[in-house]
Design a protein around this ligand. Sequence first.
Ligand SMILES: CC(C)(COP(=O)(O)OP(=O)(O)OC[C@H]1O[C@@H](n2cnc3c(N)ncnc32)[C@H](O)[C@@H]1OP(=O)(O)O)[C@@H](O)C(=O)NCCC(=O)NCCS
Length: 182
Amino acid sequence: MALPAHTSAQAALVRPGAGLRAPFLEAAYEYRDAGEELDPAFPAYWNASFEEYVKQLDDLAQGRHLPFSMVRSDTFWLLSGDGRLIGMSRLRGRLSRSLRIEGGHIGYTIRPSERRKGYGTRLCALTIEEARKTGKFTRLLITCDTRNTGSARIIEKNGGILENYVISPRSGRQVSRYWVTL
Ligand SMILES: CC(C)(COP(=O)(O)OP(=O)(O)OC[C@H]1O[C@@H](n2cnc3c(N)ncnc32)[C@H](O)[C@@H]1OP(=O)(O)O)[C@@H](O)C(=O)NCCC(=O)NCCS
């Protein structure tokens, strides 16, 4: 039996592209209405052209013109079966000293209206798969605020093994650090 288009099992990763301006901005407005930001590291889509934002993501993926303290990273968008942008993940090419404490190799976010439907778990799984395909990683660090129960569950369901807790130098909050072996 075919799954309905809105199930997380049908959601797929795509690379950023200028052709996805409409679904991206539709999701970005939802984040903004909820007092959040879809891509806080690169909010250029609000004050530059969307093409410029996509170019910044391509530069980030190629390691060109990296903003201070950022490392080369791939960005993925999670699209539902009916073409809505459900979330975004970032796969970092290496760990800087700061990412080793907090941030890790993979970060992800799901749009507010689609949370608690399994999308976060799938987005993390698909991003781990992308990392595996590169052949460059033997294990991946994924971290979360210890109080972020949803994110901790996502990491554990994707095979994350807790290494330790540290205190974030940025927020002063406790961070849980997990490793996923590929
Ligand atoms: C954290 C986040 C990615 C979770 O995404 P999601 O799509 O809701 O996750 P899932 O639906 O796959 O849920 C995974 C598990 O976490 C649980 N969960 C999700 N949100 C939860 C919450 N707020 N409180 C308690 N449990 C929660 C789910 O019930 C599920 O548990 P189960 O498998 O035992 O049933 C999402 O809330 C988000 O984008 N938050 C803002 C950005 C963020 O925190 N990113 C992570 C940075 S480390």
